[in-house]
Design a protein around this ligand. Structure first.
Ligand code: SAM
Length: 264
């Protein structure tokens, strides 16, 4: 997978691209990344990439010229690349979209799967840039950031996690919250066994793997119901399955249920 990032602030990406799993994945060439600065496509002395918006007001928007040339530069390198504009007005990014984007396989002639992320600044883009180039407009949430860089990193990292060879435990991409089943993951514990009056739930210490699996799934279902009921509806968990999960967690103590967030 290759990411082209159209941005005025490449330096924002450096620490991210060098750290943790993303850093390792980049080193192993699980994905590639190239930055394109719209300022490189200016010819005036100020290297202007923004201008006053029409209609009054003091807002400045990304100008068509340098931004369109930056996007076209990427597309010349990878003509099959999908262009993604980061904008608070776009479709909400979520794990389902991550899977959809990962599943779309390029045909042989298309070459490597590539995306161009366009990171806005100021008041946003001249809308004609979006009309001319966007395959997708993506928002990472209903709030406004100063620029698209953080949003691009969020989207890229969620995609990188799903690339073959990136996560050590290959099933964790499917088992994480919002994964294959669309549920929240069961809470995790590590040593010490007892801390601040809270004990690791005893079923996790039993060594009985079938029982651990069944209870973990039941906890996942009930925790999702308590925290994100709308996800449970989408996950297509039948009322019979929910009842069975609720019955199963009754074998946990009151304290354990409280700790696991499954008390009703
Ligand atoms: N005036 C725009 C509006 O109200 O829709 C907001 C512009 S914002 C200050 C500047 C840039 O930050 C946007 O062009 C976009 O690239 C990025 N941005 C801000 N919030 C975002 C979000 N929630 N998701 C994705 N990108 C965002």
């Amino acid at each position: 997978m290759k990411f082209f990032v159209v941005t005025l602030f490449e330096e924002m990406f450096h620490a991210w691209a060098e750290s943790g799993l993303v850093g390792q994945a980049l080193k192993k060439q699980n994905f590639q990344m190239e930055f394109i600065n719209p300022r490189s496509f200016t010819s005036d002395v100020h290297q202007a990439v923004d201008d006053k918006v029409y209609g009054g007001g003091d807002g400045m928007a990304a100008m068509f010229g340098p931004w369109s040339e930056a996007i076209e530069f990427a597309m010349q390198k990878e003509p099959s690349a999908q262009v993604i504009f980061l904008t608070p007005q776009g479709e909400s990014w979520n794990q389902k979209k991550v899977s959809e984007f990962l599943q779309r396989k390029p045909s042989q002639e298309m070459g490597i799967r590539s995306f161009v992320f366009v990171c806005g600044r100021y008041a946003g883009f001249d809308e004609r840039l979006v009309k001319a180039y966007a395959d997708h407009e993506i928002s990472i949430g209903d709030y406004v950031l100063n620029g698209g860089e953080l949003a691009a990193m969020v989207v890229m990292e969620s995609l990188v996690r799903g690339l073959p060879g990136v996560l050590g435990e290959s099933s964790s991409f499917r088992k994480d919250s919002f994964g294959e089943e669309g549920l929240l993951e069961c809470p995790q514990f590590t040593r010490p066994q007892s801390v601040k009056g809270m004990d690791v739930p005893s079923f996790l210490l039993s060594g009985h793997h079938k029982n651990i699996e069944a209870l973990s799934r039941a906890i996942s279902i009930v925790r999702t119901k308590n925290r994100r009921p709308e996800l449970l509806e989408k996950a297509q968990i039948s009322s019979k399955e929910l009842e069975a999960a609720e019955k199963l967690i009754r074998q946990l103590s009151e304290e354990e249920r409280d700790l696991l967030g499954v008390n009703s």
